[in-house]
Design a protein around this ligand. Structure first.
Ligand SMILES: Cc1ncc(COP(=O)(O)O)c(C=O)c1O
Length: 433
């Protein structure tokens, strides 16, 4: 059984706006807020933007980074591949290095390519190798729908029944959270039939951050491959992907990584697979050895590491937005970010609890080690009109049926005052219902 990690105390926080102001003054990351465009309310003031878990805000430098590539394209045409300020041929390499730091991986283990669901499929081509007896895929019961659709289609693609082949790790009866004892029990009984475990590192609905290392070790003990969807983890928590031992992971860059809507994704393949040429995979010219790629007629020569899973030459304009954002992450570092994140989300939890536990129930774990910055709040008897009212008063949150508001105070651009004002506005709406 997994030991419960350290709990935290809410007694460090105080009520009142003065406390929020004081915390913002002490906050060593407070200046980073000015590096982002904050959407405006009707009166021109900053909105309270709490949906970095859905679409992160635009860094002010993004436009210049994209314009740089547009200009190089205008002035250099095809020569930009070699002569652009950031030559396009190697553009993705520095992104991979920066990204590796954010997700706690080695540079050889990370590549920026494609989109998230596409990457999950490419990873499953390699790491879901079913046999007649070991073919099932285990996911969380409330996995993000795209992941469920993806694994169901993989099962069908390999000729299996998608209902029979899908094993669901369900939440406990009395809570929305998944429990490791249940996972152990599933693996004890069906472990030898499960080929792949694919889990959302931070669950999109509950905000529960799983112990990646523990799940990986458990899965490997039972002979399963283990991968993670880190859409809600990358840029939010210290994922330590290398250390976790996971076989693969994939994530998008438009949430906490602030790289813009539909921007291309990240992908991790553990170092131990870096030189394995026998792994099944889909390939293209960008998975071929860089030295001989342009000779064109050579027999295929596998590029080592995560880069070897690329297919196509990458989209530079999308990468420019990623580059702009990752440079901010690189300055701050994931440690400082998560330190602030824990304080900010702890403060949010403290204020929410003042609203009365018969009205508000926080679904997300109360242990800071088991969550990122998002809190998922079930509001008694609420419907979507609550979310609409919050939007009306300039507080942008995210609604999930039947009665859950998800809010993510993002440490790079949200302040303690944001959190204070959000809860005040929520309180007024709830009192007037
Ligand atoms: C956890 C999770 N997985 C997968 C996806 C799908 O991402 P994409 O549309 O980039 O493939 C999302 C999108 O929000 C997500 O939150």
């Amino acid at each position: 059984m997994l030991e419960t990690k350290n709990q935290h105390t809410l007694s460090n926080y105080k009520l009142g706006l003065d406390f929020a102001l004081e915390q913002d003054q002490k906050d060593v990351l407070s200046s980073y807020r000015n590096q982002f465009h904050i959407p405006k309310d009707k009166d021109g003031s900053d909105c309270i933007y709490m949906t970095g878990n859905s679409l992160g805000l635009q860094p002010k430098q993004t436009k210049a980074y994209i314009n740089r590539e547009l200009e190089d394209w205008a002035n250099l045409g095809v020569e930009g591949h070699f002569k652009a300020k950031n030559p396009w041929l190697h553009y993705h390499e520095s992104l991979g290095e920066h990204m590796a730091k954010i997700v706690g991986a080695k540079p050889i283990e990370v590549v920026v390519m494609n989109t998230l669901t596409a990457n999950l499929h490419f990873m499953m081509v390699s790491f879901y190798q079913p046999t007649k007896t070991r073919y099932k895929i285990l996911i969380e019961a409330d996995a993000f729908p795209s992941d469920k659709y993806a694994v169901e289609s993989q099962l069908r693609h390999h000729g299996f029944n998608d209902k029979e082949g899908l094993v669901l790790w369900k939440a406990c009866q009395d809570s929305e959270l998944a429990n490791y004892d249940d996972l152990e029990a599933i693996l004890e009984t069906q472990g030898n039939e499960i080929a792949l475990i694919l889990i959302g590192a931070v669950n999109y609905y509950t905000g529960q951050y799983f112990d990646l290392k523990y799940i990986t070790q458990l899965g490997h003990k039972h002979g399963c491959m283990v991968g993670f969807d880190c859409a809600h983890g990358a840029g939010n928590v210290a994922l330590n992907l290398h250390e976790s031992g996971a076989d693969f992971a994939a994530w998008c860059t438009y949430k906490y990584l602030n790289a813009g809507p539909g921007s291309i994704a990240g992908c991790f393949v553990h170092e131990r697979h870096a030189h394995n040429k026998n792994l099944n995979r889909f390939t293209g010219w960008w998975s071929h050895n860089k030295e001989t790629r342009f000779k064109m007629r050579d027999a295929f020569d596998q590029l080592p590491g995560a880069e070897g899973w690329q297919l196509s030459n990458p989209p530079i304009l999308s990468m420019a937005a990623i580059k702009a954002s990752l440079e901010i992450f690189n300055q701050v570092g994931i440690e400082k970010l998560t330190q602030k994140s824990k304080k900010l989300t702890g403060y949010f939890e403290f204020l929410l609890k003042q609203l009365g536990e018969d009205t508000i129930r926080i679904i997300t774990p109360n242990n800071p080690e088991e969550r990122g910055c998002q809190l998922s709040i079930a509001v008694k008897n609420a419907n979507k009109s609550l979310h609409n009212k919050l939007t009306e008063v300039g507080a942008i949150s995210d609604w999930r049926e039947p009665n859950v508001i998800r809010c993510a105070p993002v440490p790079l651009y949200n302040s303690f005052q944001d959190v204070y004002h959000l809860v005040e506005r929520l309180k007024i709406i709830l009192n007037n219902q």
